[in-house]
Design a protein around this ligand. Structure first.
Ligand code: FEO
Ligand code: CA
Ligand code: CA
Length: 735
């Protein structure tokens, strides 16, 4: 997602911070414990690099060919940090642009001119390519889980590069920066959000997408989508569009992804709240009922402006729906869009193989700023588990456990979404509570939990209420506030669950206001300089990992800490990162099923004075492979704060290496692979995003001209794009 540390606008819609719950959560518990111990008292203080021989990690999997030389994972030479406007991969690898913003995906769509005159974005590649999954196609054009040279890519188009309301690269003059916004501009902007499914194939050794494939399709924020699960038909989903509360329009701000064991695509709706406006007196209009409590908890106080002003483009319904105010007189909301936001914030299931099927919002998995949805180990006769994070400062980590037990016959069904109904519409949602000693527990979010049934700040009525107002339910049970949970991924070898915690400017050893003390799973509060700018909190982020135990217990450690190589190894660079490994703000996270490599992608604004965003390859160990550690802080007044944590084994050249550095102003996100591990698809999101709208007419002043400068497409305006990476010797990626 967009803009971490260098906001170009006063309001960063990707940087929400609305967990003002009185939820004592972890730091208060910790604080109480520290006070008891008296610790708070007293005065004690596409450019190749040279190929190296590679370090010795033995092959994991390896080639099928017994004659082939032994494969060495992470045998490539690390890509140095860099600020060039290119995609840099190791020597021996090739990265090619496959599919960019504006590329035609339906027959009859004109080529993209890339000068701000293009329209019809519902027939073209959307913007801000994000999470992505591979769906193999056999020679018959049907699902094949073993296909390696033909498939569909389902790609999230999360957002657009904006400044002062407008998505400026897609309008000739940069667009209208004041309200009201012209409908013509808004129609383009709406349509470039959502999801694309495109066919790709390797022919004559070259990967390309098929612009005229009959399997291609787009979903946009205007596509009809069904509400499924406990919130279906709920009073809080009644809108003028769906008086029965069973349908909603579109999917929005799609970030992380998942792939079900039955072959469908899951997409997470992340920062959807910012697209809605609320009237300045809407609290009173609602009679100050508890919908106001929920709207605030989800980042929309009354008077909030919308990110793009889409509601201002006219009285027509498709614009009015972005005004989440009570404007009608009905009791139930069937004459306005006061409940429209309740239709966003879910995991959405899409059948990538069948464009005729209506997608479904799986409300049993909760409503928050969803990132990826990763399945735990799939075992016959056991429930399925899905892990999920909520990406805002101080939000939580969740787990869904299906009621239905896995039946292997469901892996290749005739009706994939019917299998989705079976496993994803009924189950139990849990939220994570971490203890400082390396243990933790999943706490059930249901009416059976007295803390929820008796919660004072919001009166829950039923399971649908919990599905829609999940954050409030998690507040009620005292879930642990984390440093912005982004993607998660499950290690296919061990079933352990990895979460990126991208950063958190609100960690402090002297908390005031919305800040929190460091705690076990979020133990660092430090200062990092970006040039002459001081960045505080946890600007570089970390990765936490969890291992399921008996019942709802788990154990955890901090697998890896983001840091600069020259930072203090005791308190900041705890994982002992070298110059070939240092990174900041981990975000995208995917385990390769082919090689077991853990791919870590960054969406950073803290280290970008030294390097553009990047992707690293890791071969992690397991929970508990490091040890206990206490971070001892000394405050300005000399008082001390000791934070106990659990840290993973420090990185070595065998276990972590930088694989890719992207062009200027981008983040690296999304990764899909062919089942043989010989091609990976990666997204370059928002190159050139710090370009100023005032410079729209002068390409020389663009922060980036990628991918035009890599020889792709017309015009010089930077474009988000999918790249494909192959190894020149035909080997697996990451070897
Ligand atoms: Fe879309 Fe939280 O990254
Ligand atoms: Ca992010
Ligand atoms: Ca720095």
């Amino acid at each position: 997602m967009t803009q971490r540390g260098e906001p170009t606008q006063a309001t960063d819609f990707n940087d929400e911070n609305s967990n003002t719950s009185a939820n004592p959560s972890f730091e208060a518990v910790l604080g109480a414990r520290l006070s008891r111990r008296g610790l708070l008292r007293g005065s004690v203080g596409t450019v190749g690099t040279a190929m190296l021989a590679g370090f010795g990690v033995s092959a994991c999997g390896g080639s099928d060919d017994p004659e082939a030389p032994a494969e060495q994972l992470l045998g490539f030479a690390a890509v140095p940090k860099g600020l060039a406007d290119v995609v840099a991969v190791p020597a021996g690898y090739t990265a090619s642009v496959l599919y960019a913003l504006g590329d035609p995906i339906l027959p009859g769509t004109p080529a993209y001119r890339n000068d701000g005159s293009d329209a019809d974005f519902d027939r073209r590649g959307g913007d801000h390519h994000d999470g992505m999954e591979w769906f193999g196609l056999g020679a018959d054009g049907k699902r094949s889980d073993s296909a390696t040279e033909r498939g569909l890519l389902a790609i999230n188009h999360e957002a657009t590069t904006d400044e002062k309301l407008s998505s400026f690269f897609i309008h000739a003059d940069g667009g209208t920066a004041t309200l009201p916004r012209p409908a013509l501009e808004v129609d383009r902007e709406v349509a470039l959000h959502g999801v694309a499914v495109i066919e790709v194939a390797k022919t004559g050794g070259q990967w390309a997408y098929a612009p005229n494939s009959s399997m291609n399709f787009r979903l946009t924020p205007l596509s009809p989508i069904e509400i499924s699960g406990p919130a279906r038909g709920h009073a809080q989903l009644i809108t003028k569009y769906s008086p029965t509360g069973t349908m909603t329009r579109g999917t929005l701000n799609n970030c992380g992804t998942g792939k079900t064991p039955w072959g469908t695509f899951l997409t997470g709706e992340e920062n959807w709240f910012g697209y809605f406006t609320r009237g300045a007196a809407d609290d009173a209009a609602r009679g100050n009922d508890q919908s106001v409590t929920s709207l605030k908890r989800y980042g929309r106080s009354q008077g909030a402006a919308s990110r793009h002003g889409w509601e201002s483009a006219g009285a027509a319904d498709q614009y009015a729906r972005w005004n989440n105010s009570k404007t009608g007189t009905s009791k139930d909301g069937s004459d306005d869009y006061r409940n429209e936001m309740n239709g966003m914030g879910y995991i959405v299931e899409i059948d990538a193989y069948d464009k005729t099927r209506t997608a479904k919002k799986r409300t049993a998995l909760g409503r928050f700023a969803h990132e990826s949805a990763a399945f735990g180990k799939v075992e016959v006769g056991k429930p399925l588990t899905v892990y999920m994070g909520d990406d805002s400062r101080g939000e939580y980590i969740y787990k869904f456990v299906s009621t239905a037990l896995w039946n292997a016959a469901d892996a290749q069904p005739a009706d994939r979404l019917a299998v989705g109904d079976k496993y994803l519409d009924s189950g139990t949602l849990y939220v994570a509570q971490f203890n400082a000693d390396g243990t933790g527990q999943w706490v059930e979010l249901s009416m059976a939990n007295a803390a929820i049934a008796g919660y004072g700040a919001y009166r829950f009525g039923d399971a649908g209420d919990i599905a829609v107002h999940t954050r409030l339910a998690a507040d009620a049970v005292g879930a642990t506030k984390m440093d912005r949970p982004e993607w998660n991924a499950v290690n296919p070898a061990s079933g352990e669950i990895y979460f990126t915690l991208t950063n958190n400017s609100n960690r402090s050893i002297d908390p005031t206001g919305s800040q929190y003390l460091p705690d076990g799973p979020n133990p660092r509060a430090y200062t990092d300089m970006k040039g002459t700018t001081k960045q505080s909190g946890n600007p570089n982020g970390h990765l936490v990992r969890m291992k399921e135990g008996a019942g709802q217990a788990f154990t955890w450690d901090v697998y890896l800490f983001g840091a600069e190589a020259d930072a203090d190894k005791g308190m900041v660079n705890i994982s002992a990162l070298t110059a070939e490994q240092d990174f900041s703000s981990p975000d995208g996270l995917v385990f390769s099923k082919a090689t077991g490599i853990c791919w870590i992608q960054t969406d950073d604004g803290a280290f970008t004075d030294v390097s553009n965003c990047m992707m690293l390859a890791a071969l992690p160990g397991s929970v508990g492979d490091g040890g206990k550690k206490t971070l001892s802080y000394t405050r300005a007044d000399g008082s001390k704060l000791d934070v106990a944590t659990q840290v993973g084994k420090a990185a070595t050249p065998d276990t972590l290496k930088r694989f890719l550095v992207g062009p200027k102003g981008c983040e690296i996100t999304g990764l899909a692979e062919t089942p043989d591990g010989k091609a990976i698809f990666v997204n370059i999101q928002h190159p050139g995003e710090s370009t100023k709208m005032a410079d729209i007419a002068d390409p020389a002043r663009y922060q980036s001209q990628w991918p035009a400068n890599a020889g792709y497409g017309a015009g010089k305006r930077p474009r988000s794009a999918t790249i494909v990476i192959t190894k020149n010797d035909g080997g697996r990626i990451g070897s």
